[in-house]
Design a binder for this molecule. Structure first.
Ligand code: CTP
Ligand code: MG
Length: 230
């Protein structure tokens, strides 16, 4: 079974508000992208990596991969206008004989190998995809125009993270259709009729969105003792 990782790193990071894309925001003394690259490289589950880089940042992304010794990076493509389009561009570079594709957001730098293992397992048990999910602590209500429409059954709800794993053919097919509006790849596979498992997520897989998230991830990284400057 060959497992390819697609690293979605092409976003501009508008909400972070820096003078460079989020993937090049400083984290632990080096560009954020170094962290997930190094971790995918170190994972014994991953055979090869394709990076979707921000337009104009392909070369620095390749250099960074070399600097951190990410020899599994076989390709670095220019990302698209949306996350789904970036993933689609990267998946196009995945070898035809890959059986599984793991899609991960560079914006979730603190990837632990245990999560990779958890999302891969259901693929051997009849599922077409698997996502890490965290139970919600807050009560969730649906509201329209400032008025509650309904209170949702919290036990059924999960905040879904990446990495997300898919049987390669299912992801390719799902990405072949209209991807506009999809906020994750699993939604596309679900739409295509695929069965997607939810496995326990990881609180350290915080998505760096606002400046405060970067501080939180920096603190978590420091606690791990990682973040060696290159
Ligand atoms: N992403 C991507 N291509 C895009 C948009 C997003 O590869 N066109 C990636 C980002 O690099 C990130 C992940 O998808 O790793 C999640 O996206 P998000 O957190 O929204 O990142 P940005 O789009 O960069 O941030 P913002 O929405 O604030 O601009
Ligand atoms: Mg975005």
């Amino acid at each position: 079974m060959s497992v390819w990782a697609v690293l979605a790193a092409a976003g501009s990071g508008e909400r972070l508000g820096l003078d460079r894309p989020k993937s090049f925001a400083p984290l632990g003394g080096r560009p954020l992208l170094a962290e997930p690259l190094e971790r995918l490289e170190a994972s014994s589950w991953i055979d090869a990596i394709v990076v979707a880089a921000p337009p104009g940042w392909e070369e620095p992304s390749i250099l960074l991969a070399e600097e951190v010794g990410a020899g599994k990076v076989v390709s670095c493509v220019t990302g698209g206008a949306t996350r789904s389009e970036s993933v689609r561009a990267a998946v196009a570079e995945v070898a035809p004989d890959a059986s599984v594709i793991l899609v991960h957001d560079a914006a979730r730098p603190l990837l632990d190998d245990a999560v990779v293992e958890r999302v891969l397992k259901p693929l051997a048990e009849g599922f077409h995809g698997a996502v890490p999910g965290l139970p919600l602590a807050d009560t969730v209500k649906r509201a329209r125009a400032g008025e509650v429409v309904e209170t949702l059954e919290r036990a059924d709800l999960f905040a879904v993270q990446t990495p997300q794993a898919f049987l390669a053919d299912w992801l390719r097919t799902a990405l072949g259709g209209d991807v506009a509006g999809a906020t994750d790849c699993a939604a596309l596979v679900e739409e295509a009729g695929g069965r997607v498992a939810v496995v326990p997520g990881d609180r350290r897989l915080v998505k760096v969105t606002e400046p405060a998230d970067l501080e939180l991830v920096e603190a978590l990284l420091g606690r791990e003792g990682g973040g060696n400057p290159v």
